[in-house]
Design a protein around this ligand. Structure first.
Ligand code: CTP
Length: 446
């Protein structure tokens, strides 16, 4: 097996070898190269101790020197070079409590999470695959190195990583590995929100976001996202639906592009439903107010998982507005666009479409035609440059002051009033008309 290493990686490995050490590309980069995927980064493992690595290369950074990692800088590009090590027990972070260096590559590979992540490669020695990572790749299998329970006890994040890799690579999870996940999933409680967030997002934006269902079946979401479990058990006795809220969500994920905000919004769009469910006298389920409540729950979830404010803002807006159904009049569509903001409006339409495609077949064609019509009318609104933000008005606060309106709160009130009028009657958005309007209504015809 030959892997084409980037020139700088070959150089680093060559230099280490020249000084009498062993060195290999290792982990994710080897896995991705063999699978024909482009590696995110190239990690190097070596028998040289951190101090020895630092002596060989001109420019290095002590990234995690106590854990054996030195970043070697070549032409402003950094490569992590880590000394072969045997890990002690892991703490909450991605770093183990204590690290013991070793001169044996196999000892280093043994501590890694999955067989497909435990292969090393150098041009000199070729592929080192002691745990049959290649066999598991051919079988499309995520399998722990050695005993699954030991690997997961060292670092519980690996439990979520198993599903994440399965989703990214379209692999299955090996039986023993699955059993260990079920038994130890509860330990995900000890893992930091930031690390969970990273893996959850990778799972969601993967080729198979529907594998969130497997995370549920294995008891993972119960620990990191119990709100999803509530959706999975919430039935929808309603002609518009044919799945539980959770399965509807999983199906909707299949109809939305692999963008972080969109996938999160779809994951959480109906998170308010379990709490808001009511059954009427004829046995039909209703979920009044679920979008608003959903946005509140989504906020708690995203904050708990330490998402950034920009993601939070966008996802919450999409959840809150996903069930909004404007009439097919430009003024109603404009009002919705005012609520979403123009940047998010097209995204909102994508969420609504995915939602529709995961409902029952009842009136599906009509619902899709309705969404198409909204998009068409919105396009016309954008092209006509109709006013959809206060700043699109042909009159502003300064103009109002010049007309004689006193400075203060009233300026905002007047602008909102004008804005409401212009949403319905865009042809009145001229400075001349609006000046007259303000004079007549607010300045006693002055
Ligand atoms: N690793 C591990 N246990 C973890 C994290 C990482 O054993 N909890 C090992 C694996 O050998 C992994 C390597 O460290 O391949 C690098 O980890 P990381 O960069 O997190 O993941 P990659 O496998 O490179 O995958 P990706 O780039 O998709 O995150």
């Amino acid at each position: 097996m030959k892997i084409k290493l980037p020139g700088q990686v070959s150089y680093i490995i060559g230099e280490l070898e020249k000084h009498g050490f062993e060195a290999y590309a290792v982990g994710g980069c080897v896995r991705d190269s063999i699978l024909g995927r482009i590696p995110d980064d190239w990690d190097i493992t070596t028998s040289a101790k951190p101090e020895q690595v630092k002596e060989i290369f001109q420019k290095t950074i002590d990234t995690g020197i106590e854990h054996g990692t030195v970043t070697v800088m070549i032409e402003r590009e950094g490569y992590e070079v880590t000394t072969y090590r045997i890990d002690g027990e892991y703490e909450d972070s991605r770093h183990p409590k204590e690290v013991v260096f070793t001169s044996n590559l196999v000892e280093d590979l043994k501590r890694r999470d999955f067989t497909i992540n435990a292969m090393a490669y150098s041009d000199k020695s070729g592929l080192i695959d002691v745990f049959d990572g290649i066999g598991d790749m051919n079988r499309k299998m995520i399998r722990c190195v050695g005993r699954a329970k030991e690997r997961f006890s060292e670092d519980a994040l690996r439990i979520l990583r198993a599903v994440r890799f399965a989703a990214q690579l379209k692999f299955q999870i090996d039986k023993e590995t699955k059993e260990a996940i079920k038994e130890l999933a509860v330990n995900l409680h000890n893992i930091s929100a930031e690390r969970i967030q990273t893996e959850l997002v990778k799972l969601l934006v993967s080729e198979e976001p529907e594998r969130i269902r497997e995370a549920y079946e294995l008891g993972i979401t119960k620990v990191i996202l119990p709100e999803f479990d509530a959706m999975m058990t919430c039935t929808q006795e309603n002609i518009h639906h044919m799945y539980t809220v959770g399965e509807h969500t999983v199906q909707a994920l299949l109809h939305i592009e692999n963008d972080k905000v969109l996938r999160l919004a779809v994951l959480l769009h109906d998170v308010g439903k379990p709490e808001k469910k009511t059954i009427d006298e004829v046995g039909t389920a209703h979920f009044y107010g679920h979008a608003k409540r959903g946005a509140e729950i989504a906020k708690d979830i995203l904050k708990r998982l330490k998402f950034d404010n920009d993601t939070l803002y966008k996802v919450l807006k999409l959840v809150e507005l996903h069930d909004n159904r404007p009439s097919l009049k430009k003024s109603s569509i404009k009002r919705l666009a005012v609520k979403s903001g123009t940047e998010l409006f097209p995204e909102l339409m994508k969420v609504k479409r995915a939602d529709t495609l995961a409902q029952s077949l009842y009136m599906r064609e009509e619902k899709l035609a309705y969404l198409d019509k909204i998009s068409e009318l919105y396009q016309e609104i954008v092209e006509s440059e109709d006013c959809i933000q206060i700043k699109d008005l042909k009159i502003n606060g300064k103009d109002l002051i010049e007309l004689g309106v006193p400075q203060g709160k009233k300026i905002g009130v007047i602008l909102s009033d004008i804005f409401e009028m212009i949403l319905d009657e865009p042809e009145k958005n001229t400075k001349e008309y609006l000046s007259g309007y303000v004079r007549g209504k607010y300045l006693d015809g002055m």
